[in-house]
Design a protein around this ligand. Structure first.
Ligand code: SF4
Ligand code: SF4
Length: 182
């Protein structure tokens, strides 16, 4: 069900593909910022931004993790932009079962870009700060948006992905074992 129209600050990161050189500094900054404790490790496999690199095609596409989907799409299209060919997956931040991008390497839990929400707030998201070439551009704009009713939070999305992977019974058994240990 849809909610009311409300004014809110919409935050975006725009990408200038022509400026990205695939240095992957954005991946390093994101994974360090989201390490627990903060900055205690660097592991791009845990980053919520990944750079799709095709060296032969001179193709570098930074994409951020967005929603988790239970099934992959049927899109296998190819786009040609300024003479370069890009696969549809190069632009898609969806965490889907048909590829390993944006999944925690150990648990398989989906990762999602949170725009580096922090308290106190960062002046700009960490990936934008790390990008010395200006390929990532941060924008804040006031816009009218239809307020969604309750959205699943990050924990629910993570639990749902575990249910999809192992089944609810196995997950419930694991919870019971954990409760008994604690
Ligand atoms: S830091 Fe900037 S230039 Fe480097 S890979 Fe990321 S987006 Fe591209
Ligand atoms: S905005 Fe923050 S969480 Fe999102 S990809 Fe950039 S560094 Fe990672």
């Amino acid at each position: 069900m849809r909610g009311e129209l409300k004014k809110k600050i919409v935050k975006r990161i725009k990408v200038n593909l022509d400026k990205c050189n695939g240095c992957r500094a954005c991946e390093i900054a994101c994974s360090a910022f989201h390490a627990r404790p903060k900055y205690s490790s660097v592991n791009p496999a845990r980053s919520r931004i990944r750079v799709v690199v095709d060296l032969l095609n001179d193709e570098y596409v930074p994409i951020r993790a967005c929603d988790y989907t239970k099934a992959g799409c049927d899109g296998r299209r190819v786009y040609t932009i300024n003479g370069k060919e890009y696969s549809e997956c190069s632009f898609c931040g969806t965490v889907c079962p048909t590829r390993d991008l944006f999944k925690e390497p150990d648990s398989g839990l989906p990762l999602k870009c949170d725009l580096c929400e922090d308290d106190p707030p960062q002046k700009e998201p960490l990936c934008v700060q790390a990008c010395q070439l200006g390929a990532l551009i941060y924008e804040e704009k006031e816009e009218e948006e239809v307020e969604e009713e309750v959205k699943p939070d990050e924990m629910e999305i993570g639990l749902q992905s575990l249910v999809d992977r192992y089944g609810i019974q196995k997950l419930a058994d694991s919870f019971v074992r954990m409760l008994q240990k604690n």
